[in-house]
Design a protein around this ligand. Structure first.
Ligand SMILES: Cc1cc2nc3c(=O)[nH]c(=O)nc-3n(C[C@H](O)[C@H](O)[C@H](O)COP(=O)(O)OP(=O)(O)OC[C@H]3O[C@@H](n4cnc5c(N)ncnc54)[C@H](O)[C@@H]3O)c2cc1C
Length: 383
C-alpha cells in the first residue's frame, strides 16, 4: 500500500468498517433467503461506490483500478454478491466513459455515479456466451430509434437495476460478424421485459435474470460512441476491467476461506491438541495462504497495468485465472478443515464453497483465459 494516497486509505478504511457493520451481521440471513440487500445498496450509494471509478468531472470518486480492486476484495471477503452489484454496473459506466460521445458522458455518467441509474451488461444469450459474435438479438434502425428484438440470459442487476449496456446486432449479415455488433444504453421501458429471475447455486441475493426484448425502442443517440459496428470491441476492452474485478473477488473469497480455516483450526481440538498443530492441516493452511497472496499480487499487478493505460488482456487473464482458481481451491480446503461442520449451513465456508465456482465462469471462463494467455504468450515471443 506504499504508494497509495491518504485519501485512498481513508476510503478503504471506511469500506472495511462498512463491511463489518452492514454486511457481516446480515449476510447469513439475507443469503439464506436469497434476498436482495436493498439497505446495503442504499448505503453503497451514500458512500459513492457506484461511481468509484467514474471520473470526478462526472460526479464519481475517480479512484484508480488498484484501489477499486482492493475495495472489491474487501467486500467479497464479507459477501461476494454485494461486489457484483457494482461490478457490471461499472463495466457499463466504463464503456461510456471510454467510448461514449460527450453528450452520453454528460447525460449518463453523473446518474451512474450516484446510483440513480444502475444496472449492468447484457451480452449472454441462450445460445451465445463465450462465442459472443453468435448473438442473435437485433437492433433495427427505424427513424430516430433502434427497435430491439431478442433474448438475453444470465443478466446480473437486471431486475433491481434500470439500465443495461446491451450488445446487439445492428447488421446481422456483416462479415466479420463483429462489424455488425453495437452497444446500446438500454433503459427500462415498454418492450424491455424481465422474463424470470434465475435460481442459482450460490451468488444469491443479487438478481440474475432472463430478459426478453419485444419491439423495444431505444433512441438512436443511445448507441455508445455514435457509430455502429464497434460494440464488441467496446465491451471487450471493458472486460479487462471486469476480469480484474473478478480476480479481486477471487482474492476476497480466497482470503475469507483462509480466515475461516485459520480461526477454526485453532479452536477445534482432536487427539488432545488444536488441529492447527497437526501437520496435515498446516500443509493446507500454508498452501491456502500462499495461493491467496499470489492471487492478490497478480491482481494488483494487472490493476496497475490497467491504470497505466497499457494493454493488459494477458495480465488480467492471468489474475482472473489464478485468483478464481485460488478461491475455489481455498473454499474446498476450508470446508475440509472444518470437517463435518464445513458441510453445515451454519458455517460461512459452505457459502464460500457455493459462491466460488461462479468466478471461474463469469467475465470469460477460465478455459478462455488460458487461451488468451497462451495467444499473448506466443504473440509477445515470436520464434
Ligand atoms: C451467476 C451468473 C451471472 C452472470 N452474469 C452475466 C451478466 O451480468 N451479463 C452477461 O452478459 N452474462 C452473464 N453471465 C453469463 C456468463 O458470462 C457466461 O455464462 C459465460 O460467458 C460462459 O458462457 P456460456 O454459459 O454460454 O458457456 P459456453 O460458451 O457455452 O461454454 C461452455 C464450455 O465450453 C468452453 N468453451 C467455449 N468455447 C471454447 C473454446 N473456444 N475453447 C475451449 N473451450 C471453450 C467454456 O469454457 C465452457 O467450459 C452470468 C453467468 C452466471 C452463471
Amino acid at each position: 500500500m506504499n504508494d497509495m494516497q491518504e485519501q485512498d486509505r481513508m476510503i478503504l478504511d471506511s469500506v472495511h468498517r462498512f463491511c463489518e457493520a452492514e454486511i457481516d451481521p446480515q449476510v447469513h440471513e439475507l443469503e439464506a433467503r436469497d434476498e436482495y440487500p436493498a439497505a446495503i445498496v442504499e448505503k453503497m450509494k451514500e458512500m459513492g461506490l457506484f461511481g468509484c471509478i467514474i471520473s470526478e468531472e462526472y460526479g464519481g470518486l475517480g479512484l484508480s483500478t488498484e484501489v477499486y480492486s482492493r475495495i472489491i476484495e474487501r467486500i467479497s471477503r464479507s459477501w461476494m454478491s454485494v461486489s457484483g452489484i457494482i461490478n457490471s454496473h461499472l463495466i457499463m459506466a466504463a464503456a461510456v466513459q471510454r467510448a461514449g460521445t460527450d453528450a452520453q458522458k454528460a447525460e449518463f455518467l453523473p446518474r451512474f455515479a450516484t446510483g440513480e441509474l444502475r444496472g449492468g451488461i447484457g451480452l449472454t444469450e441462450p445460445d451465445a456466451g463465450t462465442d459472443l459474435q453468435a448473438i442473435r438479438t437485433t437492433a433495427r434502425r427505424d427513424g430516430d430509434d433502434y427497435v430491439v428484438n431478442g433474448t438475453k440470459t444470465w443478466i446480473t442487476n437486471s431486475k433491481y437495476g434500470n439500465c443495461i449496456a446491451l450488445l446487439v446486432k445492428t447488421d446481422p449479415k456483416a462479415e466479420p460478424r463483429h462489424r455488425g455488433m453495437s452497444l446500446l444504453l438500454a433503459e427500462k421501458g415498454p418492450g424491455f421485459n424481465v422474463a424470470r429471475k434465475l435460481e442459482k447455486l450460490g451468488y444469491r441475493g443479487i438478481d440474475t435474470c432472463e430478459l426478453e426484448f419485444k419491439d423495444y425502442r431505444v433512441p438512436a443517440d443511445r448507441l455508445i460512441g455514435g457509430a455502429e459496428g464497434r460494440g464488441l470491441q467496446q465491451i471487450l476492452s471493458g472486460l479487462e476491467l471486469g476480469r480484474i474485478n473478478v480476480a479481486a473477488r477471487g482474492v476476497g473469497v480466497a482470503q475469507a476461506a483462509l480466515d475461516e480455516a485459520t480461526a477454526y483450526s485453532q479452536t477445534r481440538k482432536t487427539f488432545g491438541k488444536p488441529i492447527c498443530e497437526h501437520q496435515a492441516i498446516q500443509l493446507q493452511l500454508g498452501e491456502m495462504a500462499t495461493r491467496t497472496e499470489a492471487a492478490r499480487l497478480l491482481t494488483l499487478s494487472a490493476a496497475r497495468a490497467y491504470d497505466r493505460g497499457e494493454r493488459c488482456d494477458m495480465e488480467a487473464g492471468m489474475a482472473k485465472y489464478a485468483a478464481t482458481e485460488a478461491a475455489l481451491e481455498n473454499a474446498i480446503a476450508a470446508m475440509r478443515i472444518h470437517g463435518g461442520y464445513g458441510y453445515s449451513k451454519e458455517y460461512n465456508v459452505e457459502r464460500l464453497y457455493r459462491d466460488a465456482p461462479l468466478l471461474t465462469i463469469g467475465e470469460g471462463t477460465n478455459e478462455l483465459q488460458r487461451i488468451i494467455i497462451a495467444k499473448q504468450q506466443i504473440e509477445r515471443n515470436p520464434a
